[in-house]
Ligand binder design. Sequence first.
Ligand SMILES: *[C@@H]1O[C@H](CO)[C@@H](O)[C@H](O)[C@H]1NC(C)=O
Ligand SMILES: *[C@@H]1O[C@H](CO)[C@@H](O)[C@H](O)[C@H]1NC(C)=O
Length: 391
Amino acid sequence: MANHQLLSLATAIAAIIATVSAASYNVYSFGAKPDGRTDSTKAFMAAWSSACGSTMPATVYVPKGRFMVGGLQFSGPCKNGAITLRIDGTLVAPANYFVLANADYWVMFHGVQGVTIVGGTLDAQGAGLWACKSSGSRNCPNGATSLAISNSNDVIVYGLSSVNSQMFHIVVNGCRNVKVLGVNVVAPSTSPNTDGIHVQLSTGVTILNSKIGTGDDCVSIGPGATNLWIEGVACGPGHGISIGSLGKDLNEEGVSNVTVKRVSFTGTENGLRIKSWARPSNGFVNGVLFQNAIMTNVQNPIVIDQHYCPGSKNCPDQASGVRISNVKYEDVHGTSATKVAVKFDCSKQYPCRGITMQDVNLSFKNEFQASSYCVNAGGTTSGVMKPTSCF
Ligand SMILES: *[C@@H]1O[C@H](CO)[C@@H](O)[C@H](O)[C@H]1NC(C)=O
Ligand SMILES: *[C@@H]1O[C@H](CO)[C@@H](O)[C@H](O)[C@H]1NC(C)=O
């Protein structure tokens, strides 16, 4: 389905939900002010409490305008299993980043079931914090993730925009059955740690028809992500779609059954990446399908890097314990911004096993100059294979 169809479907569904729901709570009537300055946190929380306490399906409605809100924690369990947060306006974070400071999250849904978030913009005004971080000052707070869905089931995020997050834009953590559809993520390529969508310790997450341009990973996939489906995502600028970093800890949940299809990368640092720390770990990656990816001027279109050790601290010369197996690349084509278009740099302790490549056609300047690089990696190829395989 095309994005506009998806969005009109979303709008139609939201309208239906709004009409059938017995309860609708407009943040405006709880005292929220659409002036971009007045702190509306209490009004939003009061509207949520009413919706969550309703025994019938309920809607929290945010009209047009800019609403300044501090940390919003929308917690369950609720008395009904069908709450819609419908946003026509923009939520704006406090301009002073010390207000959210080290709160990990700005807008958070925790322990909820059956929540749909439709439309709206989250503007975290991250620029001040990024400037603080890049000035090398040690007094900068970490900053907050703009939207977190945690320990929740059956959540849908439709047609939301997230701009200029302080840290990650959207995080899905400890969830089952979450759909993120038609979202638009925007931050400059220079903004630090602004991952688009991060998924971990969750099963049955779908990310569909979205556009993500940011300063860090487009989508990052952490430990314990299983049955993950990513389709129709356009990335750039940013660091690409990354499974990892994994294996930072000795005991870690594995990543399995991940599908990434119909994706494009434009001017990104990486395309399809798997990354692990060079440290002992019982983590793993098993069963990944990368299918139908278009690369345009991507620095590392296909990369597995198991030697991640920033600053060479606490891991030099160690082998990664993360076992990587059954990874398939199918129909990946376009241009690499560097000569090495395919790089498999795997663990000497646990070489990558069962990599399959089918119809890969990546060029650097002209199609003969790209090369591939393998260390401790084994697999098979079929169909077109450019650059020539290094298995
Ligand atoms: C893999 O995940 C997809 C959803 O992404 C799911 O439909 C499928 O059943 C899963 N396969 C297995 C073997 O669990
Ligand atoms: C590989 O891609 C190049 C550039 O798009 C194209 O000219 C060439 O025909 C492709 N090769 C194959 C075998 O598909």
